[in-house]
Design a protein around this ligand. Structure first.
Ligand SMILES: Nc1ncnc2c1ncn2[C@@H]1O[C@H](COP(=O)(O)OP(=O)(O)OP(=O)(O)O)[C@@H](O)[C@H]1O
Length: 568
């Protein structure tokens, strides 16, 4: 029988305390997963690696609420646009993602099509309910946000956030002050996001509650050269650009520098963060050949994005899976929040040298119009003062063309106005920053790390070859047999390793072979065994999970040796 990695892993995850479907004793709830003791440890380690990498880039961490008032998501466009197409069986009532159903049945991509177009395709091809064969309803768009209310009356609508990003945008003013008005700067948060996915059928890949680590990097759109690009320019990226997807040209491998020079990646700012993402995934333990960057097709992009590259990880079961999105959100979010809230979310950009700009200055010629307009003078002058350069230019054009203009209901001729071009020194300007957003999911990389780590040896041994520093239990201390003095010595070593900061267990149950298997299966990289030689010469063996080789070391050497072996 062929070894089914997916089935094996599902069983292993449940049996050994990694992760399982939530609310098991009540029959479960699709799209929710619990992390058991081993899983929660790995998840934290993934988050730690991401957090440390972000901090190395100088980004600041914040924490904001999951429950968010409705206005925020009206402004962000999620109320209107965060929708998926839904279809219902008229007979059994089952509901499906209409685009997925069409894709699975006909093998065609319908991303971005309207509800009417999808309904037409369903009718034309007579697509029926996959569960009972019944007739399907028309397609409609369904908002993926979970709704709730704030307070005891149902008048203050709110949503569980579908992304952590908005918590950062709404705080922009304070964060900009914190960053002392100096672009670029990045702010991140690691927390839960909620999406009422229509048919979450792929285990941990599509959850209704999941964890994200998102950074919003605010930058000046006129400065898109990353200052540290030189440090990463030679890193090779595996790319699957739009053009290559449309023409079936396959993936290409280019250095970050080539990717920018050849025009595949917008600029060095973008490429720099692609390298950052790749290095984080490698650091988590995803093999390099299982990572690629795919550029989203325009119809796939989220409503706020002008360009998105997804870091995808390969799964034997699911193919390439999006795990990190790198979206160019432009000034979309800040501009929308500015409009909706009235807050000033601009940044003052100071020029290196003041700029001299020519400006039109239009005032009333008081000698001519003073007696004629009397008390209207003030009103007209204020109007002229409030006009933008663009409006003044138009006014002068009109005056030149017609010999007269109307301001605040008064007809004025050329000689009624004094028109001058003056030079002005400008020290800087206010801009709405643009945003580049690396958005990591944690749960998908968690599952894919386990899948890619599960290894079957030539002799049939199944074990978790997880990157050593990611192991949920780093060391197992085992007395060869459960007898004195071996047990006391082993327990002391265990206690000492705990104090040294290792995640370590002591285990004396079952034969030594069985115990080795037990720890190989959960990815414990080293077992320290206290055997009959230990009381004689104070040495123990350290067994390597992958090679199964053992070395002998002195007891006092054990912590240092393990640190070197596990953390390098
Ligand atoms: N339903 C989900 N379950 C688990 N993780 C998710 C889910 N939706 C998004 N993520 C994670 O959050 C990251 C960023 O979210 P983003 O909004 O870019 O995803 P998305 O493009 O909507 O994903 P998809 O197209 O698969 O629904 C994703 O790369 C993924 O790792």
């Amino acid at each position: 029988m062929k070894f089914d990695k997916y089935e094996y892993l599902q069983d292993l995850m449940r049996r050994r305390g990694f992760a399982w479907g939530s609310f098991e004793i009540y029959g479960g709830a699709r799209g929710f997963y619990d992390y058991g003791p081993l899983g929660a440890t790995i998840k934290r380690k993934i988050e730690k690696k991401i957090r440390e990498a972000f901090i190395r880039e100088g980004f600041f961490e914040i924490e904001t609420p999951d429950i968010t008032p409705e206005q925020v998501f009206i402004a962000s466009g999620h109320v209107e646009k965060f929708v998926d197409p839904l279809v219902e069986c008229k007979k059994c009532g089952a509901r499906f993602r209409a685009d997925h159903l069409i894709e699975e049945t006909l093998g065609i991509d319908v991303e971005g099509k309207s509800a009417e177009e999808m309904t037409k395709i369903i009718r034309e091809h007579n697509i029926r309910c996959p569960e009972c064969g019944g007739e399907l309803s028309d397609v409609w768009y369904f908002n993926l946000m979970f709704e709730t209310y704030i307070g005891p009356y149902k008048d203050k609508k709110a949503y569980l956030r579908p992304e952590t990003a908005q918590g950062i945008f709404v705080n922009f003013k304070r964060l900009n002050a914190f960053a002392r008005n100096k672009l670029p700067f990045g702010v991140f948060q690691i927390g839960k996001a909620y999406r009422n996915e229509i048919s979450p059928r792929q285990g941990m890949i599509r959850l209704r509650e999941f964890t994200q680590a998102e950074v919003e990097i605010f930058f000046n759109p006129n400065e898109t050269e990353h200052p540290h690009f030189d440090e990463v320019k030679d890193e090779v990226l595996r790319l699957y650009p739009i053009e290559h997807q449309l023409k079936d040209l396959g993936m290409i491998e280019l250095t970050a520098e080539e990717a920018v020079k050849k025009g595949y990646v917008m600029n060095t700012f973008f490429a720099y963060y692609m390298v950052m993402i790749k290095r984080i995934l490698l650091d988590i333990g995803i093999p390099e050949d299982k990572i690629r960057f795919r550029q989203q097709l325009p119809e796939e992009r989220a409503h706020y994005s002008a360009d998105t590259w997804d870091a995808e990880i390969y799964s034997e079961r699911f193919g390439w899976v999006e795990c990190v999105g790198l979206a160019y959100r432009t000034d979309y979010d800040l501009s929308r929040h500015m409009k909706m809230s009235g807050a000033d979310l601009t940044v003052m950009i100071h020029y290196d040298k003041p700029k001299i700009v020519k400006k039109l200055n239009v005032t009333l010629n008081m000698k001519k119009v003073g007696p004629k307009l009397k008390e209207k003078v003030k009103e007209i002058n204020e109007k002229l003062k409030s006009m933008s350069q663009e409006e003044l230019r138009k006014l002068v054009e009109e005056l030149n063309a017609n010999g007269k203009v109307i301001i605040e209901g008064h007809e004025l001729e050329k000689e009624d106005l004094i028109i001058k071009e003056v030079e002005e020194k400008i020290q800087g300007e206010k801009i709405v920053p643009h945003v580049l957003e690396p958005s990591f999911g944690i749960d998908r990389p968690f599952y894919l790390l386990l899948e890619n780590s599960l290894t079957v040896d030539e002799d049939g041994r199944v074990y978790l070859k997880i990157k050593k520093d990611m192991a949920p239990i780093e060391v197992a201390v085992l007395p060869l047999v459960a007898k004195e003095p071996l047990t006391t010595i082993a327990y002391e070593i265990y206690r000492n390793l705990q104090k040294e900061g290792f995640i370590v267990v002591y285990d004396e149950k079952d034969s030594i072979g069985k115990r080795y298997m037990r720890y190989d299966e959960i990815g414990t990289p080293y077992c320290v065994t206290v055997d009959n030689q230990t009381p004689e010469d104070g040495t123990v063996t350290i067994r390597d999970r992958d090679t199964r080789e053992q070395i002998r070391v002195k007891i006092e050497e054990v912590p240092r040796k393990l640190k070197e072996l596990i953390f390098g």
